[in-house]
Design a protein. Structure first.
Length: 406
């Protein structure tokens, strides 16, 4: 064989070997019999977390049960706490139901609407309030004699018109009638010519306590101050006592007398004792207690006594009228366990006892506005609580025939 042929045969063999190297190697696979183990790829075909997933339903059920148990425990704890609070505060299920359903709120809104529905009709009217007269001292001139220096030289009568408009305050938040009376207190110089005020002798209004009730004319109320809640507010609006002064506002509570805005001033509404002038009134009527029902008589009387004490400090010549809480209608008393006649009567007994012990004059108009059972006549109050405007005359006449002259 020639050299040329040998080289050709060599290349052919090399090509054959190279092709044989890249050819897939043929392998045989035997079908497993019943006794053969499961093929490895059947296990590896599923993810490695298959067993964890299979256990997830049981684990989720346990978590759900724990969450439900916690929720039930919290609900039971809240319920038990609420029950203990109801027992401690003497709250009855009826009151709780009314608060939850909003029934009490609806009744209060309806009552306010009925109480003030006639106010809008008189929106264009004006109430003229005589703020009374006060004597002002002018500085003594050097040319004046000592006798002239002590004489009054000027008198001034101020009148202020309060326009009663259809506002949100009149419609329920509250409006003070004839508030902000003469707040100028004039002292005469002492005999020695100093600027210090001289001592004024004030007759003790309770020196001969108790004095009998008498009948007076309406001028008796010229220097009278009426303090109270929405019922007193309505009395100030419709009684015709425009010569009296009213510090009254809806929802007034004696527990908030130090901070609750009541008296209208040029700078806005302020609490009673921020506006009360010194030694201005000789009669003070205090009618509170309805909004304070629900608490104990002892706590109420304690704050009431503090209030009366401050009134006497500011108005040393005034007699104090402790006004009883007016009753409510039988229907209102039956459906409202807080503002019931039973609670009102108990609170009035505490007020009456306080009046006797602290030289106040107890006033109770129940005989002229109530039925034989002591409940408010239903035709007198559209909401079961507040007297209609047409019946304020009965209230005024009772006060006029139960006045103390000293």
């Amino acid at each position: 064989m020639s050299r040329k042929n040998r080289n050709k045969n060599q290349k052919t063999q090399d090509f054959t070997r190279s092709n044989a190297a890249v050819q897939p190697r043929a392998e045989t696979y035997e079908q497993p019999t019943d006794a053969s183990p499961v093929a490895p790829e059947s296990l590896m075909s599923e993810p490695v977390w298959t067993d964890i997933d299979n256990r997830q339903p049981k684990r989720g059920l346990r978590i759900f049960a724990v969450v439900v148990a916690l929720i039930v425990t919290v609900i039971i704890a809240i319920g038990a706490g609420g029950l203990l609070a109801m027992v401690d505060l003497e709250i009855k299920p009826h009151d709780l139901y009314g608060a939850v359903t909003g029934k009490d709120v609806d009744e209060a809104v309806q009552a306010a609407q009925e109480e003030y529905e006639s106010i809008f009709a008189a929106a264009s009217e004006k109430i003229t309030v005589d703020l009374g007269e006060y004597e002002a001292e002018e500085p003594a001139d050097e040319a004046q004699t000592s006798e002239e220096a002590g004489e009054d030289t000027e008198e001034d009568t101020k009148k202020t018109e309060f326009a009663v408009g259809a506002s949100s305050e009149i419609a329920g938040i509250g409006e003070v009638i004839s508030a902000g009376t003469n707040d100028i207190i004039v002292y005469k110089p002492a005999d020695d010519g100093s600027s210090a005020p001289s001592t004024t002798v004030i007759n003790d209004p309770n020196a001969n306590y108790p004095l009998p009730f008498s009948t007076v004319d309406l001028s008796y109320f010229d220097d009278a101050l009426f303090i109270g809640d929405s019922r007193m507010l309505g009395f100030g609006m419709y009684s015709g006592l425009t010569n009296a002064t009213f510090y009254a506002v809806t929802s007034f509570s004696i527990f908030r007398y130090e901070t609750m805005p009541v008296v209208q001033t040029p700078n806005g509404k302020v609490p009673i004792f921020d506006a009360l002038p010194y030694d201005q009134f000789t009669k003070v009527y205090i009618k509170v207690g309805l909004n304070e029902l629900g608490g104990s008589d002892a706590s109420f009387i304690k704050v009431y006594d503090e209030f009366v004490t401050k009134i006497r400090q500011m108005e040393p010549r005034a007699i104090i009228y402790t006004h009883a809480i007016l009753p409510v209608t039988a229907e209102k008393s039956r459906t409202d366990h807080t503002h019931s006649n039973e609670n009102i009567n108990a609170r009035n007994e505490a007020l009456k006892q306080y009046a006797e012990e602290h030289q106040c004059y107890y006033i109770d108009i129940k005989p002229v506005v109530s039925e034989p059972d002591g409940s408010l006549m239903p035709e007198m109050a559209g909401d079961g609580i507040h007297l209609k405007a047409g019946y304020m005359e009965l209230w005024k006449e009772y006060l006029r025939t139960h006045a103390v002259i000293f």
